[in-house]
Each structure stands twice: as structure tokens, then as C-alpha cells.
Write a protein that binds this ligand. Sequence first.
Ligand SMILES: [Zn+2]
Length: 455
Amino acid sequence: MTQFHARITGRDQQAMADLVRKYKVLVARHTVAKVAEGYCVDAHASDEQIRAMTADGYSVEKREDALAEGKARQAEIRPNAAAAPRAEFTVAKVASYLSVDDVEAALAAAVKAPFDEFTALIKLPNATWEKRVCQALKIGKGAGSRVGIYFLGGVHAREWGSPDILLHFIQLLTDAYLNHRDITLGTMTFTAQQIKSIVETKDIFVFPQANPDGRDYSMRKESMWRKNRRPAPEGHKKPSCVGVDVNRNYDFLWNFPQYFDPQSAVQNSTSPCDHDVYIGPEAGSEPETKNAVWMFDEYPHIGYFVDLHSYSEDILYNWGDDVDQSSDPSMNFQNPAYDGKRGVADDTAYREFIRAEDKKKAVKLANVMRDGIKAVRGRVYKTEQSLSLYPTAGTSDDYAFSRHIVDTTKTKVFSFTIEWGSQDNPTPFHPPYPEMKKIIDEVTCGLLAFCVAAQ
Ligand SMILES: [Zn+2]
């Protein structure tokens, strides 16, 4: 099997939609660019897919062989050093991606005295298919009414940098609070007073490694693995029949064939053997999804949520199923009158309702993260609605924001997805670590700025 990173150009928007509808190519969203020859997008495709597209008139620029390059990245990962001292897991000091065990060890180190005065480990209730137990961390000191902020990472197996980013965030924030120090990243400084205010007036929940089975498989076997490791259904022998895409498994328009227009280029699949975007046997079926959701239920004061993914340097806000509109509240994801009409970006048959003031606040917070990221080395992430030519269903950010609409007793959760890293990096899902370190710093800066701004 081969998987090439490729730049694909087609003559019009329909041709670009066909990449998903007809050729089942995995497209890095939000990068459909207008070029002289038509439209262009960054994607990953097999030799077979590339041949079929080329025969049908697409122009395909083959970039790196992702699996061959991935092997080089895999070879850099250190053997597990779970018994090593805290310094071994300090992201600022390590030279390669944290292994699955490293991430858990780093979390354990984050609650050793004296950090335990303001940090606590949270054991997630659902063991993964390979029987791993996941942990999250709460950072916060004091009681009373507090703002809850929740950062999630490591959902997609091959996006190796997200747990490292979140561990770096934890290490910087807890060290600075303990030592009454400022944090400076690039041109942005968070004062000791701001750090104190974050820790003493807000609860920060960090769940850095939501899909450890998938990460382990991606780091040791197939570097381009994305899903979890649910065993393949009986009678299915192909390796791609293992696993569910956790970020298509949430209870938001999950059963997409019922809700979406058949012509929609929705990036979801009902086939268990789809290599990337199988939605699972039912909404919320996966232990990884259940754990991510459990955090919202267990800590109902969570009002802000950021899910870390890669790549394409985007900061996305709701919604992902169709274009936002603020004029017709009845045109919404719960209304069955619109079943079969959702998910076509350039029509008016359906658009997803969001209150104007909510959208305004979401855009403002997305811009805060963008400015934090930019302060480190000038990379400007694009802030935009999650919907693109390729809509989605069953994702974490739409699920999180939909909770208060489905059940009005629940807290409104402003929700975002960050797609870190540039498409120009070799192996953009797991760039060489010297580049990843720069991404770690910039996204950490964006998250700290978010923590200051989220009220
Ligand atoms: Zn992802």
C-alpha cells in the first residue's frame, strides 16, 4: 500500500467535491484554493486513486511518500522511559515525539508534590479496546463558581503533535504558577498575575491522549493510521476494517445518510473498512468518544472547548454541517423537515442556525488564539467556520456546542478545532520534531491567550 501526500487540481468545485464523493480521497479541509487551472487542494491518496484521478483529467502533483517518510519519523521515537524522572518528559527538552507511555508518565509527573496543590489526575471511566486507561488533568486552585475550559488532543492517531502540545501547555502553566513567573513566547508575555488568575479563578481540564491505541499503532506500525483500534467486524480481514474515526462518532447528525443531501461531499463513511472516516456502529459507540463526552457530563461548568488536530493552520468554529445563518431559528439540526437537505455549501436549501451573539463571541475567541499563535513566529492561522466544501457530521466541536440546544439545562460550550501545522511540512501530520517544537510553542501561546480571554 502507498499513500502519497499530493496536491490535486481540478477544473471546478464539482470536481473538487468528487474527490470525496467519487474517489474517496482524504482531503485536508479548508485549503481548497482557486488557481489558474481551477481549484486545488492538499490531500493524501494511494497510487491507485492517483491513477484514476489522472485518467479523469485531474492534475496531481505527487509530494512525499507518506508511509516511507513516516518510517523515518517512527525511528526517531525513543524507547519508552516510563520510570524516568520528570525532566525526561519535559517537552521543551525532549528531541522527539512523546510515546504513549511517555504521555501518561508526564501526566503523572504533573501531580507530584508540590504541584498537587493545584493539579489533580482524572481517571477516564472507559478503557480502550486494547484495555488502556486514559487520564486527564485538572489545573485549578480554590472553590466557588469558576469558568471551565477543556482541551482535548490525540483523537486522531497520526496527528502526533497534539499530546505534546498539551503536555507543554501543562508544564509551562504549572511551572509558572508554582514559581510566580511570567511566560514569554515570541512577542507575547503572560504575566505572573495573569497566570495566577487563570489557576485561581478557572478550572483547566486537559485530556491530551484520547486515542492511545491508535497513537501506539501509528507510531510503531502504520504511520498514517487515523482511527481507533476497534476490532474489525466478523468476516472482514482487510487491515483497514479495524477501527472507527472517533471524530465522526459523536452524537451530532451522526447518521449522516438520513440528514444530509445525497449530493453532499460529506467526509464520513458508513463502511467499517473505510481507511479514515468510518462513523462506527452507533453514535457514541467508542470508549474514546465516551471518555471525551464524560468530561462534559462530569464537569458541567465547562463552557469552552478546544480539540487539537492537524493540519492546515486553521482555527475552526461552529458549525461543520452547513453554512451558518442567524435569521431562521427553525432551520436547525434538530428539525426533521430538513432531513436529506443538509451539507451542500453553495445552496440555500439548508443553513445551520447560530445566534448572532454566539457567532460573534466565537469569532472573537478564535481571533484571540490566532493572535497568540502569530506572536511566536508570525504564522497566521486562518479563523473560519468549520464548514467547507467538505462538510462533516459527528464531530466533537459540533457535538459540544449542540449540547445546550438539545438540552437547555446544559451549559453552552463555545467550541473550536485547531488544525495545527502547515501543509508544506514533510509528513504534515507528524512534522520533523525541530519544526514540531515551533508548532508546540505557537499553539501553546494560542491556548494560553484563550485561557486569559475565556470569561
Ligand atoms: Zn484530526
